[in-house]
Write a protein that binds this ligand. Structure first.
Ligand SMILES: Cc1cc2nc3c(=O)[nH]c(=O)nc-3n(C[C@H](O)[C@H](O)[C@H](O)COP(=O)(O)OP(=O)(O)OC[C@H]3O[C@@H](n4cnc5c(N)ncnc54)[C@H](O)[C@@H]3O)c2cc1C
Length: 410
């Protein structure tokens, strides 16, 4: 072992910046492999961020489970939007409706998939890992001495040292920004595509039935200037649909409608309802049935992307990126978190190679980055292309979602 392999110490200090799904999952994987890890998150608590959305876990689900201890895997049903379903091939798929005719357009099979609510999954994953809340990273000094620790500075003035730092701090990653020295090339970019989500508890079984009749999990609409989606978000009493919460989403190209006056709340919901008037059924009813003055939750933002570039700086194998910090992409084909799962798995493997195999950290993380950049950049580009193709019936058939379903974007 050379001096530069000091990172091969059996118990390095590992700091993960960001306790979203990627950070939490990686922490479990590292813990399972015998490492000690601390997560630092800018939010003040697990419940601080009200926004929720659904995520389909599909091709990466086996790897996801492999990284977790058995008791967390046992808790996964708590995160599934409707865990009471009989998961047949008819349920494990995503049907798309023709936005002009209301007839079927195509169905994307997703064998073994489960749609989960992000907040509930985060709660499940937050159990048993050490998260320091209210810690917003503002600085990162990796001295010239390659075996020296990285010094992390937080907004509250506290500093922490770690041999390894993983940035899982989402699309606007501070870790990425610091790796790029604040340069423009490291900054996240607006995609030009807007995303609106509404989560509503109708308190009326008939309105929920209209969603479930289209598909018990979720249905999308494509081929018009607004791509839509409806589905089940949470199920309280499986026997009583009036207790269920559903969601509807809308994606549109920026400029097609006036820009929203607000990114959340009543004003945002009013805007979404006013600008969504001619969808085919059962989508339009879900919009019309959502009262502005009720408890419905609404969020709108412009989706962001960043295409990772090679060679990616790693501060001599001490700093890496994973998940949305590494490759923020559009929601199309549900690839974002699947790739985060692969990153998490590869990150754990990398540290095992250094600790148990005595491999040099600089080389190990050069390989981690090379694989991640190629895979992530491709997925980012594909997600943008999917968005372009989804809004015109003439081009929908060219979508990967039609030709290759929700499979891995390679
Ligand atoms: C509407 C929607 C639908 C989606 N659907 C799918 C899907 O079907 N399938 C799929 O695979 N993916 C999907 N995705 C993508 C998926 O949600 C993300 O890839 C996934 O949640 C991973 O996020 P993350 O943990 O990398 O980042 P985040 O969830 O953004 O977490 C980052 C964390 O870092 C913290 N943080 C930020 N800055 C700092 C700082 N300076 N210091 C400390 N902490 C900081 C934040 O507080 C946050 O907790 C979807 C995304 C959206 C928005």
């Amino acid at each position: 072992m050379t001096m530069s392999d000091a990172g091969a110490t059996k118990n390095p200090r590992i700091a993960i910046i960001g306790a979203g799904l990627t950070g939490l999952l990686t922490a479990h994987g590292l813990k399972k492999a015998g490492f000690t890890v601390t997560l630092y998150d800018a939010e003040t608590s697990l419940d601080a961020r009200p926004r929720d959305w659904t995520i389909v876990l599909h091709w990466a689900l086996p790897t996801f489970k492999k990284l977790l201890p058995a008791h967390i895997v046992d808790n996964l049903p708590r995160a599934i939007c409707n865990p009471h379903l009989d998961f047949t091939p008819e349920v494990e798929c995503l049907p798309a409706i023709n936005g002009k005719t209301g007839g079927p357009l195509f169905t994307s099979p997703m064998p073994g998939s489960r749609r989960v609510a992000r907040q509930r999954l985060r709660k499940v994953l937050a159990e048993g890992v050490d998260v320091q809340w209210g810690k917003r990273l503002v600085s990162m000094e990796a001295g010239a001495e390659k075996d020296g620790p990285v010094v992390l500075g937080f907004e509250d003035g506290c500093t922490v040292e770690a041999e390894y730092v993983l940035g899982t701090d989402g699309p606007g990653s501070k870790v990425r920004d610091l790796l790029f020295g604040g340069r423009e090339e490291g900054k996240v970019r607006p995609s030009g595509y807007m995303f609106g989500t509404v989560i509503v508890k109708h308190g009326d079984a008939e309105k929920v039935k209209a969603v479930v009749k289209a598909h018990p999990v979720a249905t999308v609409l494509m081929g018009t200037e607004s791509v839509g989606g409806i589905g089940v978000m949470y199920v309280d009493d499986p026997e009583d649909k009036s207790t269920w919460t559903t969601f509807w989403v809308k994606i549109w190209k920026r400029g097609v409608f006036p820009d929203p006056p607000a990114s959340q709340g009543k004003e945002a919901l009013e805007y979404l309802k006013e600008t969504t008037t001619n969808l085919v059924e059962p989508f339009q009813s879900q919009v019309d049935w959502t009262p502005v003055d009720g408890d419905a939750v609404c969020f709108i933002d412009e989706m962001k992307t960043w295409e990772p570039v090679s060679p990616l700086e790693s501060r001599s194998g001490r700093v890496a990126l994973a998940g949305d910090a590494a490759h923020p992409m559009l929601v199309y084909r549900g690839q974002g978190f699947q790739h985060a799962v692969l990153d998490a798995d590869n990150y754990v493997d990398s540290l095992i190679k250094i600790r148990d195999g005595g491999e040099a950290k600089e080389a190990v993380f050069a390989a981690y980055n090379e694989e991640m950049v190629e895979r992530g950049a491709k997925a980012v580009v594909q997600s943008l292309r999917e968005a372009e193709l989804s809004m015109d019936l003439e081009s929908v058939n060219k979508m990967l979602m039609v030709r290759q379903g929700h499979g891995k974007s390679t």
